[in-house]
Design a protein around this ligand. Structure first.
Ligand code: ADP
Ligand code: ASP
Ligand code: MG
Length: 810
């Protein structure tokens, strides 16, 4: 015997029900099919009951709509007029009964639990009727005659002895296909009762256990029991095999896929449960049994959560060393039928904290206030504290028992994403660890925990790029070329999640194709707004998020604090932030350290050359930087190397701009500002607290060249072309060359145009190259030399790329 259960999510439309028939058709007989109400019907019934009992006459129209809906299902599914007639007659009778109940609610302005159960039964009574007529050759049984409950309405429990006997005698000799309504039952007075929301799963399990079925199949709209709720964690995937205990623990802590009490009866009888997808019947689904096979490296099987709980604490000195407090506390709660979801006690015994549904919170506080009235009134020896808007997350897995470091992974995932844990509990079986966090962090918390436990093999890097100029474009190209290598050889999955330039922006939760992201930005992007871009990036809350600044824009640079503060690393080629006020620079470094993210800016000096990293490593290892002598402007070096009798200064500047060596505005280079920023960044890296004003600059072009716009600049420079050509010829005769040099010596910095002869290391500095000489305590006689391309989009982009790899330790 097989028992199959189809839930509301599999019964949403007549079309879907036809799909269900295909699944049932191939089952061996005898077979029992348990069905829920059609999708959304129970929710609707509750809503209509609520309207009626509030005296809102709109309930009538809603009720009629619901009845008509069912008639439409019958019309669509039942082609035989006899069947249709039969169904219509029964629907009429059941609806009239229901109409009477709602009318009663409306007149009395209230609904009793008992009458509500009768109303809710409508959904399953009619769905089972229509489906049994639709499935040729099937019989319909009324579960209310088979499943008996006892206890008061709302708190009733199954009387297994009576139920098992009734079920066994009903099905002992059957060789047919039987349809049973889920969810509904009756008490010993023959009043209709229900098994709780989602209770059709339970009906099916009770029947399967009573008949010792070979298997219970629960058919859903998902591929099985998943590692987390797929509506909350996009990357959740199907778990192949769970033990009963694991599945029970997950569903107890909120995995809505199986109604919590369901597994108990089948567990007792050791009946395997298969959770399958109606929309993908060929999928393997999830097998729940008592001997799950080990599946891979993760020590946990799944994560579940309950949102919106209240955390109630009883705390104060009266708890310490006093025996019996817990007994009194939980006794009082039990007496008042408060259901406790989780308990945790500080080892100091100073407080006991427990979680309840918000609807139980008031009752809980009243019950304890009464029980401990004396202590509470005695000068605050005890206090009750209620914290609202909390969520519980539980990680579950039998393998946790033998694996150290689980809590560490859990807390690291949360901590490094800025999520604080309000309370924590560990089941004594070590099958689960639960944490209580604030509701607003739930979504992010579930995702980071999921990544931490299930995706640790493949690391994800989520990129948000600002700037699509030369460097940005080159970076995108390099990333695209390396995607496969990074994934296959370094297990690093790089995704572009957002991109913006000064005109447009786009943020895509599913990622943006790197190969045509610039076109997508152009055609689909919305108006750029850096504040909004950052806000959305933060809201996405992705692990390993990196903001990459490939602009030269101060409007972007002022935002780094906010970005790092939102647990997002910053990689920048933009010099502005690091060379602005020392306090801001320091604040950015501190924020990055505090939030455990990276702030990387290697390419702000010397493009892709490892200058900052080298200085930082020297300082870290205890070396002292005495002197830095450097040619740091690739642009200026290029200009002075290129100048000739046929290429005067003004034309050499234009050529540097065209080749992409200069800043977008070359005046930044020509005025010395660019080099001032760079030597300042190096000085700070070497440990000196300096500001821009502390760097003295001697300009080689007069100040008047820099007033006006860029065209004015070029034409003003032209007037100096001849003068520079005369000086150039003189230098050529003397075998000397111009070098725009930055020096940091014992804490004082200057930037100036000097001339050097062949004895100086910078004499042979070609093209746009940079050179840095570091004189340190260890490199005293012979300075360390770093030399190479110091400008250019490709090498700068490569430097940004290298910084990115360091963010994820690749
Ligand atoms: P039915 O009404 O058919 O019984 P439910 O809607 O009650 O189905 O349960 C299925 C839904 O449970 C899925 O659509 C999914 O959104 C949700 N769900 C929550 N947690 C999980 C999980 N861990 N695995 C699978 N589904 C889950
Ligand atoms: N129809 C009931 C509900 O929605 C029972 C079920 O679907 O399992 O709660
Ligand atoms: Mg359900």
């Amino acid at each position: 015997m097989k028992v199959l259960k189809f839930g509301g999510s599999s019964l949403g439309t007549p079309e879907r029900i036809r799909g269900v028939k295909e699944i049932i058709k191939v089952q061996p007989l005898p077979c029992i099919v348990v069905v829920s109400a059609f999708e959304g019907v129970t929710d609707n019934l509750l809503r209509i009951a609520e309207l009626a009992s509030r005296g809102n006459s709109d309930y009538k129209a809603e009720f009629e709509k619901l009845v008509n809906n069912h008639k439409e299902f019958a019309n669509a599914l039942l082609s035989d007029p006899v069947d249709l007639n039969n169904a219509s007659g029964r629907i009429e009778v059941i609806s009239n009964e229901l109409g009477e109940i709602f009318r009663g609610f409306f007149l009395l302005r209230e609904s009793t639990k008992h009458a509500l159960d009768q109303a809710l039964a409508f959904g399953e009574r009619i769905s089972s009727l229509i489906i049994s007529l639709f499935l040729d050759g099937s019989l319909l049984e009324d579960s209310r005659k088979l499943i008996k409950t006892e206890g008061k309405p709302g708190y009733s429990v199954v009387d297994f002895k009576a139920t098992n006997e009734l079920i066994r005698s009903a099905f002992e000799k059957t060789d047919k296909l039987t349809v049973l309504p889920g969810f509904i039952s009756s008490n010993h007075n023959e009043d209709t009762t229900t098994l709780g929301r989602g209770g059709s799963d339970y009906t099916a399990a009770i029947v399967a256990a009573a008949l010792k079925a070979e298997i219970l199949e629960i058919w859903k709209d998902v591929d099985g029991f998943m590692t987390a709720d797929p509506r909350k964690v996009e990357k959740a995937y199907t778990i192949e095999n769970l033990s009963y205990s694991e599945a029970m623990e997950l569903s107890h802590f909120g995995a809505k896929v199986i109604y919590t009490p369901t597994l108990r009866p089948v567990f007792r009888e050791n009946i395997p449960v298969l959770v399958k997808n109606t929309f993908n019947p060929d999928g393997r689904g999830t097998l729940i049994n008592n001997k799950p096979v080990d599946q891979g490296p993760s020590p946990i099987k799944g994560i579940s959560s309950i949102d919106h709980i209240d955390l109630v604490s009883l705390q104060g000195p009266a708890m310490v060393g006093v025996t019996g407090t817990s007994a009194r506390l939980f006794g009082a709660l039990a007496k008042n039928e408060v259901n406790i979801i989780l308990i945790t006690q500080a080892s100091s015994e100073y407080s006991i904290t427990f979680a309840v549904k918000p609807s139980d919170s008031e009752l809980a506080t009243e019950a304890i206030s009464e029980e401990f009235a004396a202590e509470i009134s005695r000068n605050n020896e005890l206090r009750i504290l209620v914290e609202k808007n909390m969520s519980i997350i539980a990680i579950v897995g039998e393998k946790m028992k033998n694996t150290p470091g689980i809590s560490a992974t859990l807390f690291r995932s949360l901590g490094s994403n800025g999520i604080s844990v309000v309370a924590t509990a560990q089941g004594s079986s070590e099958l689960n660890i639960s944490v209580v966090i604030r509701n607003e962090s739930l979504h992010r918390a579930l995702n980071v925990i999921h990544d931490g436990f299930f995706l640790s093999r493949i690391k994800e890097l989520n990129l948000f790029i600002a700037g699509t100029g030369l460097v940005g474009t080159s970076l995108i190209k390099q990333l695209q070329q390396q995607l496969t290598v990074l994934l296959e050889e370094y297990s690093l999955s790089v995704r572009l999640m957002g991109i913006t330039n000064s005109r447009k922006m786009i943020i895509a939760p599913k990622g943006i194709d790197l190969s045509n992201c610039r076109e997508i930005l152009k055609s689909e992007g919305e108006k750029a707004d850096i504040a909004e871009f950052i806000e959305r990036m933060k809201r996405m809350n992705l692990t390993n998020s990196v903001f990459i600044d490939c602009t030269a824009d101060s409007k972007v640079a002022v935002r780094y604090g906010e970005i790092l503060g939102g647990y997002i690393s910053v990689v920048t080629a933009n010099k502005i932030a690091c060379s602005s006020d020392y306090l801001y620079y320091k604040y950015l470094k501190n924020t990055a350290a505090e939030k455990d993210v990276r702030f990387m800016y290697e390419t702000t000096v010397g493009a892709g050359l490892p200058i900052i990293k080298t200085i930082s490593d020297l300082v870290l290892s205890g070396d002292k930087i005495y002197k830095i002598e450097a040619v740091l402007s690739g642009t200026l070096n290029f200009i002075f190397n290129e100048m000739s009798s046929s290429l005067p200064l003004s034309k050499a500047i234009k050529k540097a701009r065209e080749k992409g060596y200069s800043e977008p505005d070359p005046r930044i280079d020509l005025s010395g500002t660019d080099v001032v920023r760079k030597i300042l960044i190096l000085a700070r890296e070497a440990g000196y607290q300096m500001e821009q004003k502390d760097v003295s600059v001697s300009k080689f072009l007069p100040d008047n060249c820099f007033s006006g716009d860029l065209n004015d600049f070029y034409s003003k420079v032209e007037t100096y072309d001849a003068e520079f050509e005369i000086k150039r010829l003189e230098l050529e005769k003397l075998n000397r060359k111009w070098r725009f040099c930055a020096t940091l010596d014992q804490g004082s910095a200057k930037v100036e145009l000097v001339t050097v002869g062949p004895e100086h290391p910078s004499f042979y500095l070609e093209g746009s190259n940079n050179i840095v000489l570091l004189t340190t305590e260890r490199y005293r006689e012979l300075p360390m030399v770093i030399k190479g391309y110091g400008a250019g989009a490709d090498v700068t982009a490569a430097g940004v790329f290298a910084d990115l790899m360091r963010v994820v330790n690749v």
